[in-house]
Design a protein around this ligand. Structure first.
Ligand code: ADP
Ligand code: ZN
Length: 211
């Protein structure tokens, strides 16, 4: 099972990726998470990426392509994988093809833009382990405390409303064309994001043709 997840920032890709990953026992490769880990660890990659992320811009293609390429060579990717947040531009999609990587389905999760802005304001992330939450849709057991590690929950800096607007614009310009790209290859399926996570999951399974 090899799947690419498309969708605007805040559409719920990460949450659905986690569900699919558990169901199929395959890893999620999230470029956003990989980049944020590098940021937390203060690596060279993290330092370079920060200037782009803080402005809601994409990290340069060469950088992301290289980290994905390396990650896909890991043994745990042999059984399959879920790509969350990659490719995000046509050159990235071309690079994936050049690596000789084929996928079974490209799933686009669609959510109205007003919803997205509302949702992003409720997103929280553990400052220690990176686990994700939402104050309404996926609350932690204790307010502001991570269920997994007890770390403090914070808002991602790039979830600030001004940055979100930039990210949505970047999505429309640079990522949305990938829908047509994969539609032309006969790989695109669409799921409509719902209020509740489990309802979206049902739509996702339907779109993928699995139960
Ligand atoms: P979201 O899907 O909510 O926008 P991500 O966690 O996927 O968030 O990505 C956060 C940020 O990381 C992006 O705004 C971008 O700066 C960077 N990033 C992630 N994936 C890519 C990618 N494939 N190409 C370029 N930049 C990326
Ligand atoms: Zn944690």
């Amino acid at each position: 099972m090899r799947i690419i997840l498309l969708g605007a920032p805040g559409a719920g890709k990460g949450t659905q990726a986690e569900v699919l990953s558990n169901k199929y026992g395959i890893p999620t490769i999230s470029t956003g998470e990989m980049i944020r880990n590098a940021l937390r660890q203060g690596t060279e990659l993290g330092k370079e990426a920060k200037q782009y992320i803080d402005r809601g811009l994409l990290v340069p293609d060469e950088v992301v392509i290289e980290i994905v390429k390396e990650r896909l060579e890991d043994p745990d990717c042999q059984k399959g994988f879920i790509l969350d947040g990659f490719p995000r531009t046509v050159p990235q999609a071309d690079a994936l093809e050049k690596m000789g990587i084929t996928v079974d389905k490209v799933l686009s999760i669609e959510v109205a833009e007003e919803k997205i802005i509302e949702r992003m304001s409720g997103r929280r992330q553990c400052s220690r382990c990176g686990a994700t939450y939402h104050i309404i849709y996926k609350p932690s057991r204790v307010e502001n405390v991570c269920d997994v590690c007890g770390g403090e929950l914070i808002m991602r800096e790039d979830d600030a409303p001004e940055t979100v607007k930039n990210r949505l614009e970047v999505y429309r310009k640079q990522t949305e064309p990938l829908k047509k790209y994969y539609e032309d290859k006969g790989l695109l399926v669409v799921a409509y994001g719902q209020e509740e996570v489990r309802d979206t999951t049902r739509e996702v399974f339907k779109a993928l043709g699995v139960e």
